[in-house]
Design a protein around this ligand. Sequence first.
Ligand SMILES: *[C@@H]1O[C@H](CO)[C@@H](O)[C@H](O)[C@H]1NC(C)=O
Length: 571
Amino acid sequence: MLRIVAALAALAAATASPMWEKVSRAPKFETIDFTVATPISNAEGLQAAFDAVSNPGSSKYGMFMTKAEINEMTATPGWMKNEVLTWLQSHGHSCSARSDSIKCRGSVGAVEKMLSARMHTYQHKKSGDLVHQLDGSYTFPASMEGKIDFVSGLQGFPAEHLGRARKVGAGEQFTVPETLVSTYNLQGAKGSSSITQAAAEFQGYPAYAQDDLTTFIQQTAIPTFSIAKKIGPFNGNEPQPESTLDVQYLGAVGGGNTNWYWTEQGWMFEFAQDLMNAGESGTPDIISMSYGWDEEDQCQISPSAPPCAGGGVAGSKAFVTRVNSEFAKVGLNGITLAASSGDSGAHGRTDPMCQNPVTSPAYPAASPNVLAVGATQFSAASIKTGGSSPFCKSNTCKMGGDEIVCSTKTGALIVSGGGFSNVASTPSYQSSQVSAYISGSGVPAAGDFNATGRGYPDVAALGHAYYIQLNGEAMAVDGTSCSAPVFSGVLGLLAAKKGGKLGHVAPLLYKIYEADNSAFNDVTQGDNFCTESSCDCTTGFKATKGWDATTGLGTPNFPKLAAGMAKVLNL
Ligand SMILES: *[C@@H]1O[C@H](CO)[C@@H](O)[C@H](O)[C@H]1NC(C)=O
């Protein structure tokens, strides 16, 4: 059966996505949704307020603002928004304005006419999914120049989620909740029902199955939990590996917290906008995101940038800059965003065969306004096995070992993403750690990475051979997709200890590290030169003592992390 994926994201340009095949002109009367980003006001004020509430050294630390206050601060001037709205409505679209964006639903024919453009229907070679996308040239009227940052939803293919689920292999040694409890010293850590944590899923990956969750809880002998609230489209008959992994491990690690589940039809811009328009109690405190793509392939159509296929970097920079501001709003409201660092090393999925020595950062991990989470695995020689849950009685479970960078070179199916943004500069909260790393021998030649950029990941967690229960079967998964929900669960436990929201948490974690290095298990072995497909790469980043662009500060040592937080925040 074919499924129409209606809302499209800011991802690879048509020419750059071999999995999608053009099948026909898009039918004129087909309905499509898109979002128009109108410029924000007061970007500097937003950044300053965000930095102050996020920095434990500031007198405003933790003094989060309400969504209404933030939306008012950044609102597009009314006259400007009205001109854009009038233009959109004159083309017959049905639109509603928010403080600094306009959401519209229209027909393919009306969009084509409005932008003098053509839309085509593309089909995914494996799944058969169809998307309608604007390809080739487009034209905005000169009167819209400077009044629209970009239009999101008309160009680009749905995001690839990062988790790779597979049938269980012979001799498989699993990572299970017990592994995480013993490796990260989570024994006795308690959540709180007043802390809400959520997995966010994007585009075509909308569901987990309750039966699988029930079996997972029973098999792994973890305290039972349920999903208190589901937001966005949900079809429980079609469980997906990414959603299943996220729900099972976020709830397992962040035990005792309240779990929500959020699906988003669009990509990062729509998500941030939906969060900021969900009402003060309509959003979770901590959000885990396991999706991403190259920072320079985030292009959207825009009156002020050339078409993506011909000059995508300018369009991508405009998009990334704006979405970084969107993440600042979300953090200023007290919401914590955690993002997987990517599964294909320093080169990413756009350069899977490492044809270019220049490394490619992934987004949203490369945003300084999210916590980016990389992946580790145990070195083969160090693995201890055991476990007392029903699952571990009939399978081999890992109970500990020495953590190294997760890589295909050492038997994993993915390589921990990491590197430096080409859009955002190094934020002050990480500058001393990053400059120490750059002056060492872990980095490639100066031209192959951006030494002035935001370095990621910030932290890491295990990312190899997780047991998940999917569609009635035990499956194994690798990915920074495992690491993000696990670290988010740890953040949920920290928030419960603090007794409230953590907001943008990276500055706090660097401060804790600087107060007590042993709050993190430092990963010093391995690198992220390889991609998922090739180990012939000559450039990448090496793990070193201290922060590095493979596993950040390291993996959590929970009791020390909690004690460090209490010390830094004078709790
Ligand atoms: C490097 O990053 C900075 C932001 O820190 C950016 O302004 C610059 O354009 C980037 N350089 C390249 C070559 O992309």
